[in-house]
Write a protein that binds this ligand. Structure first.
Ligand code: DX5
Ligand code: ZN
Length: 221
């Protein structure tokens, strides 16, 4: 069976007690911490930076941290996040003038590298860099906010990305971000996703373990 990864987005966590909330969601069965970085420039919202990533590591969080950069420019933050304990760093191709260089920069700093595609961004940015990406992240909402609805056209795009990955022969994770819930995770997996970001679906419920268990049951069905 394929391995599926559940990555709660801490955008919907309680920032006043972030360490504890992240610890709880990991204890509830999450695999990866999804860390949304917004700059009020590339997206119309402002969130957290490397200091918070570093603080989570110092608090004792050892799970992989998946840093989703919604920032422009990108490069200066790569070494800072690598130093702060990021495991994976993904960025939007529109925000980097030299995509190939940024992907290499991320790997050179010991992190897994990835490209993020907005709902209307074509996958052709992948054409010449399949050997330099470890993760392809498809946005299933327009980035900037949690709690939006899954855009159904993403399913076709996931199938297209899955085919590109399978045809390439590279070991690349296919991640999806936005509007993922218990009631749609199965069809998203069927379209080819391996890694599921879910913010509001998990953090807005009192019992994180119950939601994650339900998601895993859907994935196993
Ligand atoms: C949106 C962020 C997402 C967001 C997902 O810009 O990249 O990670 O937190 O939130 P939900 O799961 O609530 O759609
Ligand atoms: Zn995200």
């Amino acid at each position: 069976m394929r391995e599926f990864l559940i990555a709660p987005s801490i955008l919907s966590a309680d920032f006043a007690r972030l360490g504890e909330d992240v610890e709880n969601v990991l204890a509830a069965g999450a695999d990866v911490v999804h860390f949304d970085v917004m700059d009020n420039h590339f997206v119309p919202n402002l969130t957290i930076g490397p200091m918070v990533c570093d603080a989570l590591r110092n608090y004792g969080i050892t799970a992989p941290i998946d840093v989703h950069l919604m920032v422009d420019p990108v490069d200066a933050l790569v070494p800072q996040f690598a130093k702060a304990g990021a495991s994976m760093i993904t960025f939007h191709p529109e925000a980097s003038v030299h995509i190939d260089r940024t992907l290499q920069l991320i790997r050179d700093h010991g992190c897994k590298s990835g490209l993020v595609f907005n709902p209307a961004t074509p996958l052709h940015y992948l054409d010449y860099v399949m050997d330099k990406v470890d993760i392809i992240l498809l946005m299933s909402v327009n980035p900037g906010f949690g709690g939006q609805s899954f855009i159904p056209q993403t399913l076709d795009k996931l199938r297209e990305a899955r085919k590109r990955i399978d045809d390439s022969g590279y070991d690349i994770l296919l991640e999806v971000d936005g509007g993922v819930k218990v009631d749609n995770i199965r069809e998203i997996a069927a379209a080819g996703a391996d890694m599921f970001v879910a913010g509001s679906a998990i953090f807005n419920q009192p019992d994180y373990a119950e939601v994650i268990t339900q998601m895993r049951a859907e994935l196993a069905a």
